[in-house]
Design a protein around this ligand. Sequence first.
Ligand code: ADP
Length: 368
Amino acid sequence: MRKVLVSTITEAEVRSALAGVKDPARNQDVVSLGMVQEIAIRDGNVAFALEADPARAKALEIVRRACEQVVLSLPGVASVSAVLTAERPPQAPPGPAANARAISLPGVQSIIAVASGKGGVGKSTVTSNLALALSRQGLRVGILDADIYGPSQPRLMGIAGRPQSIDGKRIRPMAGYGIKVMSIGFMVDEERPMIWRGPMVQGALEQLLRDVEWGELDVLLVDMPPGTGDVQLTMSQRVPLRGAVIVSTPQDIALIDARKGLNMFRRVDVPVLGFIENMSWFACPKCGERTEIFAHGGAEQAAAAMQVPFLGGIPLHLSIRETSDQGLPVVATLPESAEAQAFVAVAARLGAELKRTETAPMPEISFE
Ligand code: ADP
């Protein structure tokens, strides 16, 4: 929900508007009930969380929408995003117990996290091109942009506009180049990312996962935020991930960060399907000559040392940067180029790795 104007809306004004919204089941307003949490305001963009008993999540969807409506109608409010959030569960030790209240996506065969130890290594660029390369294998592929702090899939996949709801409850994902895409970036301005705090993160992710009508997919790639914070833990504990791939650049420091990511997934029993080395070598846009700017091969060696498959390297190439910025991903728009073929090769190895581990038992998910 967005209007174009900017102003000085305050938290008190938001609260007082919300005091007019009742939870019909309890006949009291959401503020008195203490449901309103974590109001964040930036340039007229308002986000807040509504604490809710997970068992009532469906019923409270109407209340959530009503809250968005009343806040949106305040003068000076440009956009509103309200999420339902369950009180943060006590920090469970990693392992099957942590999978309580797991989110399941019935039509989706394999959910794969694309992660990186730090930002700027090209994780999102790799996610979009990998998705396209997997779809060239005949797979039905989706992308969930879980990088809620810096959503970039709408731009990378060249998709504008807002997703539509099918029945007022479920959201239809957007699509670009035959790939289904869902991103918080469709709801908020990329230039003005929301500040997410505490329980809002979990609520937003759950809505992106559960309320989206993904349909039948062979693979859903999840573009994770960099690092090993709340989102990564939520995703690895609550979503039945088939595995994770870790994107790294050859520099030592990025590899050290990648190791942290690897260890996190191992701790929560998510199999690491492989390392991808991005910006592996420099490919000259004029003559195609290959220059090893960094100590090329670092990720491959690290993968071997850590007994993780190496899925391949992607060159540092001007056309990858340019096509990404323009929403014309290289695998879709220059499929015969060497850069696109590098993604195709990585996707082939990932496909093989998925097949090879097919017989491995799926992660155990227990329901409350
Ligand atoms: P991350 O998701 O890890 O933060 P991005 O995918 O946003 O990283 O990439 C960061 C920047 O690097 C972007 O400008 C992107 O176009 C560029 N980039 C990523 N991979 C490559 C590559 N292989 N060659 C050239 N530029 C790249």
